[in-house]
Design a protein around this ligand. Structure first.
Ligand code: GTP
Ligand code: MG
Length: 239
């Protein structure tokens, strides 16, 4: 795709699956069951975006919107050390924001345009997880319409930022594992919740043996089919 730039994930296999890495001007959804590696990948990418171009980064900064309180500065420290970045400056290059409810989460994104205008080094926006507050506050079928409406507005706002500022957006979405998940339609398997009509790339993550994880791209005709295996190590995401 023309004019997009890529951020390495830390795994060559996963980068290969993504056509080089996580791309700018695009929203990438990481979805999968608990422990499948969504949050670890988000940490890794908020570090890797800071790498120079020749090392797979964008020499940029990240905004990390944490809705579940699972962000760990110690992890950023370990991951940055492992790739030769100075940990203190790596941490300084991440704008950490804790969203306490869905209104707050949406308000944070409302304000991002101003922040990015002031700091054009921002090349990555992460929302981990994009769905948790909406699910908790608007549960069940009876709230589906209002939940979808709010979430769609939120997601389209993120897509607009990606396109306007040539940056990458990553959202995560916890999805229950099902035995037939990789073969059936995952978008209808997700506990009544679907993001499939939102533009972008969807990456399904699955637990495998030990620290191994499996990734697969869903519904992206321009990317190769198939699965790849990567690992979550002390140093971060690796092959
Ligand atoms: P939910 O948010 O619960 O849906 O899960 P997730 O998909 O965000 O999973 P997450 O990325 O938090 O965790 C994936 C796995 O990473 C965990 O099960 C741990 O095995 C591993 N992990 C997390 N922190 C560390 C760490 O500091 N060191 C190492 N080596 N592995 C870790
Ligand atoms: Mg998580």
């Amino acid at each position: 795709r023309i004019n997009t730039k890529k951020i390495t994930t830390g795994s060559q296999a996963l980068d290969g699956l993504l056509g080089g890495g996580i791309e700018t001007r695009t929203m990438t959804e990481l979805f999968g069951e608990f422990g499948s590696g969504k949050t670890q990948l988000c940490h890794q990418l908020s570090v890797n975006v800071q790498l120079p171009l020749e090392k797979g980064g964008l020499g940029g900064k990240a905004v990390y919107i944490d809705t579940e309180g699972t962000f760990r500065w110690e992890r950023i420290e370990a991951m940055s050390k492992a790739i030769g970045l100075e940990p203190d400056s790596a941490m300084n290059n991440i704008y950490y924001m804790r969203a306490i409810n869905s209104d707050h989460q949406m308000a944070i994104v409302d304000d991002l345009q101003e922040l990015i205008s002031k700091d054009p080094a921002i090349k990555l926006i992460i929302v981990d997880s994009v769905t948790s507050h909406f699910r908790a506050e608007f549960p069940g079928r009876e709230n589906l319409a209002v939940r979808q409406q709010k979430l769609n507005k939120h997601l389209h706002q993120l897509v607009r930022l990606a396109e306007m500022y040539d940056l990458a957006v990553i959202i995560t979405n916890q999805v229950m594992a099902r035995p037939d998940m990789f073969y059936g339609d995952p978008t209808v398997a997700v506990g009544g919740h679907t993001l499939y009509h939102v533009p972008g790339i969807r990456v399904q993550l699955k637990k495998s043996r030990g620290n191994k994880r499996i990734a697969r791209i869903v519904d992206a005709p321009h990317l190769p089919e198939g699965e790849v295996v990567f690992a979550i190590t002390e140093e971060g995401v690796r092959d």
